[in-house]
Design a protein around this ligand. Structure first.
Ligand code: ADP
Ligand code: GN1
Ligand code: MG
Length: 370
């Protein structure tokens, strides 16, 4: 096997993680920005096929993949029990990770990459943009319910897989550092974007201050609540399973709410280059707020509900700042498929922030209704 050839690496892993039967197919899959995902089809002697998701965990980002797997296995086992108790099918409602040779849930290949695998949830789809409002509502209920299911999960079992993940002031410090370093000589060309961020530093402390003062409770949250991290049943089009659990950690409910809004309550894709097509959609904001609160089943405090608009703006601003940071640093964090994609992503997020500011009162009136 050549160490330089990623295909040979994948082939080696597929042959050595202990899948049953013959490997019929293995191809790249999904649109995540972080891990490398493949769909693997295994064929048994009787011809029946079983599909698996195989992922190379991004080791640059997740410094300790074994701890990531401890977290996600703990969480999915907890969810499995809850779903079974509620008379639901845990095989569709959560992820089932495979044990790897050696007994753990991670496989380390010859060049030091970490891999994991889980059963493919059949007849399920995920969406990269909101195609119909009902899907977005469904995803909101799923993330709200996820929050509620984990309400009594003991957070001391969890390792913080990426420290300060949604600590916006810390993210801002890293952004300032990237501007100062100017590693790729790109800072001069993005002065307007840099000014957009620095003009909002006071706002960035809002949620972390409230957490510190005990006004917002620390919960176990998903922290990456994009629409494409929910699977929908192909036939009923109901949201069935929340995936991408690598960043499930202690966090704020408004982070989960807000991250879904920044990705879904918009008229265009996250990387749309034509900003005239990017608008914050207040109707989708309201629909998601309703679905999220329905899913949470009354478990959020009054302050959490009141701070949902702040969560939306914070996650959008923070994500835009992270895309801009990555652009300044040479695109090493988020996967890109074309030059300037991270800059386009930053632009859409800043456009959404500006749109939210323009209807700030309206956003608050909406959440006060519920
Ligand atoms: P990343 O961290 O890179 O975002 P994800 O775990 O979210 O990785 O997986 C990437 C994409 O693969 C998801 O957004 C989803 O579209 C798809 N996907 C992952 N698991 C499944 C599954 N069991 N069934 C169907 N699609 C899946
Ligand atoms: C990444 O892994 P994925 O594609 O679901 C990122 C999120 C960002 C998102 C932006 C671990 O999510 O924090 O909000 O891209 N995940 C990580 O699309 O950094
Ligand atoms: Mg994902």
């Amino acid at each position: 096997m050549s160490e330089q050839n990623p295909c040979a690496e994948v082939e080696y892993v597929v042959r050595n993680v202990g899948y049953p039967g013959q490997i019929a197919e293995c191809k790249p899959f999904g649109n995540g920005h972080i891990n490398d995902t493949f769909a693997v089809v295994c064929r048994a002697d009787n011809g029946s096929e079983t599909r698996y998701v195989l992922q190379r965990i991004n080791h640059d980002i997740f410094k300790n993949p074994v701890q990531v797997m401890n977290n996600v296995v703990y969480i999915t086992e907890f969810l499995r029990e809850k779903l079974s108790a509620a008379g639901q099918d845990p095989e569709r409602g959560t992820i089932s990770y495979l044990r790897m040779p050696g007994g753990g849930y991670c496989f380390r290949d010859a060049i030091g990459s970490y891999w994991r695998s889980y059963r493919f949830i059949e007849d399920a789809v995920s969406f990269d943009t909101v195609q119909c409002p009902e899907d977005f509502y469904q995803s909101a209920v799923a993330f709200g319910r996820f929050q509620q299911l984990l309400a009594d999960f003991d957070a001391s079992h969890l390792t913080e897989t990426i420290p300060d993940f949604h600590n916006t002031p810390v993210r801002y410090e890293r952004f300032r550092h990237a501007v100062r370093q100017n590693a790729c000589g790109r800072a001069a060309s993005v002065q307007k974007e840099i000014a957009f961020v620095t003009g909002r530093t006071a706002f960035m402390h809002t949620l972390t201050d409230q957490l510190e003062h005990g006004e917002l409770p620390l919960r176990v949250t998903h922290n990456d609540t994009k629409l494409n991290n929910v699977l929908f049943d192909k036939n009923t089009r109901k949201a069935i399973c929340v995936i991408d659990l690598d960043t499930v950690m202690p966090g704020l409910s408004v982070y989960d709410f807000g991250d879904s809004i920044r990705f879904g309550a918009t008229t265009a894709a996250e990387d749309e280059p034509d900003l005239s097509r990017v608008h914050f959609d207040l109707g989708l904001f309201e629909l998601y707020a309703k679905g999220y609160l329905d899913g949470c089943g009354g478990s959020l405090t009054r302050t959490e509900r009141a701070m949902m608009p702040e969560g939306a703006k914070m996650m959008t601003l923070e994500c835009g700042m992270r895309f801009l940071t990555d652009y300044l640093e040479g695109d090493h964090y988020f996967k890109i498929s074309r030059p300037e994609q991270n800059l386009d992503r930053a632009h859409t997020q800043f456009k959404l922030v500006a749109d939210m500011e323009a209807c700030w009162g309206e956003m608050h009136r909406i959440v006060e209704k519920y």
